[in-house]
Write a protein that binds this ligand. Structure first.
Ligand code: CP3
Length: 335
């Protein structure tokens, strides 16, 4: 069994597997080199040779226990024929929603449009670095709520959430139904091609008030979690900055939960019984070796009698020094 499965399925507390959100990306010079000659991010994700190579770059440098496929949660709206562009210095920019076109889309056309993502998963999961070394290939999706935010808002809500976002209830409900259908298809294809853990990223869970959580987070996510479980694959949820992780876990029941860096690790340890992942503030990697070691060990100490997967509380920052990243990985491995 892989170390990740050992912790998630067998609740092993003796080992601390490690992988990091955004472990492949801009902080690595070998990624920036490829990126320089591939300015179109979506096209890069759809190039299975390059996207599989990028996925494996961090595993060639560091002693990590899993690869997370180099893709994006916005490949889903792209597959639904919404325009998606990544603009330098701005972030994702999406086109208008054509709800009738979206409703008419069939499974074959969707899968065909993003097929290279699945080919890349096939390549990664059958690579010797993964297969012969007992490591996992992590597939992922955006949670329905976070995708809804991007689809309707057409850009990151960090910059600006449309004032009339909740006005068109009918549209919102139609999109949520479409998302449920195609997220399941996307998950199934990733698993069929070699993904053996699924993570659901709900990056904007923290935007909602408590009264809206059942409708937009609990119910649609529970639905997806049950679907992943039915495919005998462990599922990790990351409801970033949600007000109440305990309630989320009791209702949605993921196999493991990833915590953000605002969560008090000692409090969550008391609140939550399921395996826990992550937590360390990515900004710690911008400090010095001593601080990195101290903070990394702090998390390992707190969770030493709890099934725990080491990770950060959000993605690794582009300005991170790879040597500092390595120092963190080695601290976990030597613990
Ligand atoms: O974790 C991984 O390394 C796997 C690959 C991955 C990417 N994005 C690659 C990527 C994953 C899991 C994501 C998820 C994702 N994408 C989320 C959820 C997690 C989170 O960060 O909250 C969200 C909200 C997105 C949407 C998105 N994609 C944003 C906001 C950005 C940044 C845009 C910018 O200009 O800074 C992206 C681009 C993106 N996705 C990059 C990578 C490596 C950077 C691409 C580049 O410019 O080189």
């Amino acid at each position: 069994m892989t170390p990740l499965h050992e912790v998630i399925i067998n609740k092993n507390t003796k080992i601390n597997p490690i992988w990091i959100m955004r472990q492949a990306g801009r902080y690595l010079p070998e990624f920036r080199e490829i990126r320089k000659s591939n300015p179109n991010f979506i096209k890069l994700c759809l190039n299975e040779n390059l996207s599989s190579e990028i996925t494996l770059q961090p595993l060639k440098r560091f002693d990590l226990d899993a690869a997370i496929i180099f893709s994006d949660i916005l490949m889903l709206p792209y597959g639904l024929n919404q325009k998606v562009n990544f603009e330098k210095g701005f972030g994702p920019k999406l086109g208008e929603v054509n709800i009738d076109e979206m409703s008419r889309l069939d499974e074959v056309d969707f899968v065909q449009k993003i097929y290279p993502v699945y080919k890349a998963i096939q390549k990664v999961s059958s690579d010797n670095i993964i297969k012969n070394k007992n490591k996992n290939t992590i597939g992922f999706v955006g949670a329905p709520w976070t995708l809804l935010v991007y689809i309707i808002n057409q850009q990151s809500p960090k910059k600006n959430l449309k004032k009339d976002f909740f006005k068109n209830n009918f549209l919102i409900n139609r999109i949520l139904l479409i998302l449920e259908k195609f997220l399941k298809i996307h998950i199934k294809n990733q698993i069929d091609n070699g993904a053996n853990v699924i993570q659901i990223f709900d990056s904007w869970a923290g935007l909602l008030e408590e009264k809206d959580l059942p409708n937009f987070i609990y119910s649609p996510t529970l639905n997806l979690v049950n679907y992943v479980k039915s495919l005998n694959t462990p599922v990790i949820c990351f409801p970033r900055e949600i007000k109440n992780y305990k309630e989320f876990c009791e209702i949605v029941k993921p196999d493991a939960v990833s915590i953000d860096y605002n969560v008090d690790p000692k409090k969550i340890l008391k609140d939550i019984k399921i395996p826990i992942q992550g937590g360390l503030d990515p900004k710690i990697l911008l400090t010095d070796k001593e601080t990195i070691k101290k903070e990394t060990i702090k998390y390992l100490d707190i969770f030493k009698n709890h099934p725990y997967i080491f990770n950060l509380g959000h993605g690794v920052l582009p300005e991170t020094d790879p040597n500092m990243f390595e120092h963190m990985v080695n601290t976990v491995k030597n613990y």
